[in-house]
Design a binder for this molecule. Structure first.
Ligand SMILES: [Zn+2]
Length: 284
């Protein structure tokens, strides 16, 4: 039985390629994601072949920063592909089994297999970073619909004119993401701070830093309440670049959830590392 799988994590800035074996990434390397379609595809195929070398792999799992439907990459804001069947293309080039899925959905799959998700039948993974992504697990299975299910970052939340990465005014991402937090710190404190800096300042008693965190927390609470009222999940699990700061951004959120939600929900912070690659491996 072949135990190893090739895995790829395609982001807007960097692409990571590796080999997974029994829930561990045994080797990997990164390169800058090319900006043209031709170079993007050529480098991807070359580098996957390089990482596989002479090994026999069970297949290739791909996590990509885009909505994906049946292997087709739909409309990523930061990649040179539009409605492109990446799964079919890679399958033909590499002559191995290939599966392609949205990155936040891969995070959710990694959480399901290796994290808090093991304890729940139904949960929503919230990838809280510069933007906000999401993945929905129902009865231990990923809910994908037509490729854009779980795009919780774009739930309309406020009548603010503040925009998200896709240009929506007042969506969840526009109001509660890492980028929103930096903007709010500038407004309240006169200078841009990142989440971990605000957490440190707040711990030392800086009231303004605490106010920024609490305001963002309130918006997280509204977004989470929408999730609870639509899906009634057992848990909301926070992952992404802001996860270390997340425990300090939940007080107000929990209050808001109590006020606005029809049901109770567990809020957890993910401990799974390398979740894009590990999640991609579970596709194979
Ligand atoms: Zn949006």
């Amino acid at each position: 039985m072949i135990l190893i799988k090739a895995v790829v994590d395609i982001g807007g800035t960097k692409t990571e390629i590796g080999i997974e074996r029994k829930g561990e990434i045994i080797r990997s390397f990164k390169y800058h994601t090319p900006k043209t379609k031709k170079e993007f595809l050529t480098k991807l195929v070359q580098n996957v072949k390089l990482v596989i070398g002479k090994n026999k792999v069970k297949g290739l799992g791909v996590s990509v920063a885009s909505a994906v439907h049946n292997g087709t990459v739909l409309n990523p804001p930061n990649l040179p592909l539009r409605n492109f069947d990446l799964e079919d293309y890679l399958c033909k080039q590499l002559k191995i089994k290939v599966k392609v899925e949205n990155d936040a959905n891969c995070f959710a799959l990694a959480e399901l297999h290796y994290g808090h998700g093991k304890d729940y039948n139904n949960f929503v993974l919230v990838a809280l970073g510069t933007g906000i992504g999401g993945g929905i697990i129902i009865n231990k299975k990923l809910y994908n619909a037509k490729g854009s299910a779980g795009e919780i970052g774009h739930i309309p939340l406020s009548d603010s004119k503040q925009k998200c990465g896709l240009g929506h005014k007042g969506c969840f991402e526009a109001m509660a993401s890492g980028k929103a937090l930096v903007k709010l710190s500038k407004k309240i404190m006169g200078k841009e701070y990142k989440a971990f800096e605000l957490v440190n300042m707040s711990k030392k008693g800086n009231k303004k830093a605490g106010k920024v965190l609490s305001e963002i927390s309130g918006y997280l609470g509204i977004g989470f309440s929408s999730i609870v009222n639509i899906l009634n999940p057992d848990a909301i699990i926070i992952s992404g670049g802001l996860r270390d700061s997340a425990p300090y951004m939940l007080k107000e959120a929990k209050k808001v959830i109590k006020e606005k939600s029809m049901a109770k929900v567990d809020i957890k912070v993910s401990k799974v590392q390398r979740e894009a690659l590990l999640g991609a491996a579970t596709l194979i």
